[in-house]
Every structure is written in structure tokens, then in C-alpha cells.
Write a protein that binds this ligand. Structure first.
Ligand code: 6PG
Length: 235
């Protein structure tokens, strides 16, 4: 059973998601003095990030912002997840660069993955990296972060960050892997639009014998999971 909350539309999704993120941040800061969050890319979370930037009294200085995945492009490229987050959240909220851990998409993919995993280790000294919150989206093919069906990074069991060749996109990605995603205290999926309905059904009601879509393999070992979806995606 996957905890599911269906909301009317993408606009309400961003409103509810804002409440969930701010609640997680408040709890983490109260408990440990900081909030470690991994942001989703793509287009669905943009409205959420804009809402967060406009929310009053958010203690962003206590946040440490990471990215669940990145396209292997420069940070000012239109496809860059970092660029989307910078425009929707970082710049409007005035979040300083020292609180932001960008995946270096401009680097050679394998080197970028190694560097990011080192940055994770430095950010969680003496402990296994464990995010307070991981935000994820899902593609129409059931991928999440850059863990696409049939790709090598999906099967990674040791490394926390990996380069991933996505043949169907003819592109390289750098992505957090299931061991890292599933170590989180809380994971929230944000899914909107009727084009996601089939993939969502295969996650929520897996058909026997069918291979689980990557998004269905996100199951926090010692944490909570919420699927926040709009009515169109819920079919
Ligand atoms: C990315 C994201 C990816 C995204 C899904 C859904 O880099 O594209 O990390 O996993 O969340 O593709 O994307 P949309 O929100 O644009 O539908």
C-alpha cells in the first residue's frame, strides 16, 4: 500500500506540497538544526519552488539543498534542473550558493558522479547520507530522478550517485541511486497530468509478473513515503 493523496489539480498540488515541505523543514530544523533536502527536476515541481520562494518566514539559511538528478548539460542550459530551480527558488528567495549543492552537469558524467558523492560524504560527516526530505517526480515511463527502466544506475546497490546513459534520450544523466533515495526520512512524489496515469497505476497496483517501474522501487527503509498526485494522474 502506497500512501496516496489525490488533489484536484497541479495548482493545488503545489499548494499542498508547499505545506508538506515546510512541515518537514520545520521538524528537521527543530530536531537537528538543519534541513537536508534533495529537489526534483522536470517541470512539475516548478510551481512548488515558486511558492516556497514566496512563503513568508522560511529559514532558508538552515537548508542544505541538493538535487536528485541532473542532465549532463551546463548550469545555464535550458534543460538544466539546476537552472529551473535557480529561476524558481534560489534567486527569488535569495538563497546563497554556499547552501546549494549543484550536480556539475558540465563535467564528464562519471567524474561528476564521483565528485557529487564526495560532496555528499562531506555534507554528512561520519554518517551515511540521509536526507530529511527527497522530492521526486515520475515520467510517463515510470522513471524517477534519472533512474530509467532498463538502465544501469537503476540496479546500483553500492554507489549513492551514478552516471547513467539513457539510450532512449541519447543522453547522459547523473542521478542519486535507490540506496540513497531509500535512506531518506521522507520521500514525496509529485505527479500531475493524465499522461502519468498509466505509470501511476503500475506503481500503485502492480500487475503480477510485470517488472516494477523504477518509481515503484522507491521505498524508504526507515522513513515515510507520500504520493501526492492530481486527479488527472490518478485517472
Ligand atoms: C528530470 C527529473 C525527472 C522528472 C520526471 C517528471 O530530470 O527530468 O528528475 O525524474 O521528475 O521526468 O518530469 P515532469 O515533472 O516534467 O513531468
Amino acid at each position: 500500500m502506497k500512501p496516496l493523496r489525490v488533489v484536484e489539480n497541479a495548482e493545488e498540488l503545489s499548494r499542498i506540497a508547499t505545506e508538506e515541505v515546510l512541515r518537514a523543514a520545520g521538524e528537521a530544523i527543530a530536531a537537528r538544526g538543519s534541513f537536508f533536502v534533495a529537489l526534483a527536476g522536470g517541470s512539475t515541481p516548478r510551481m512548488l519552488y515558486q511558492r516556497l520562494a514566496a512563503a513568508p518566514g522560511v529559514r532558508f539559511r538552515r537548508w542544505q539543498i541538493f538535487f536528485g538528478d541532473e542532465r549532463c548539460v551546463p548550469p545555464d542550459h535550458l534543460d538544466s534542473n539546476y537552472r529551473m530551480v535557480k529561476e524558481a527558488l534560489l534567486d527569488p528567495a535569495g538563497i546563497p550558493p554556499e547552501l546549494v549543492h549543484r550536480i556539475p552537469g558540465e563535467m564528464e558524467p562519471a567524474a561528476a558522479a564521483v565528485q557529487y558523492e564526495l560532496e555528499l560524504a562531506e555534507s554528512f560527516p561520519g554518517a551515511a547520507p540521509r536526507f530529511d526530505l527527497v522530492l521526486l517526480g515520475m515520467g510517463a515511463d515510470g522513471h524517477t530522478a534519472s533512474l530509467f527502466p532498463g538502465t544501469a544506475a537503476l540496479e546500483e546497490r553500492e554507489r549513492l550517485v551514478r552516471e547513467n546513459r539513457v539510450e532512449k534520450l541519447q543522453a547522459w544523466r547523473v542521478t542519486m541511486t535507490l540506496p540513497l533515495l531509500n535512506a531518506a526520512r521522507r520521500v514525496i512524489f509529485l505527479v500531475a497530468g493524465s499522461d502519468k496515469a498509466a505509470a501511476l497505476r503500475s506503481v500503485l497496483q502492480p500487475a503480477g509478473g510485470m517488472e516494477l517501474p523504477p518509481a515503484a522501487r522507491v521505498a524508504p527503509v526507515d522513513g515515510s513515503l507520500l504520493w501526492l498526485v492530481d486527479r488527472a494522474a490518478a485517472g
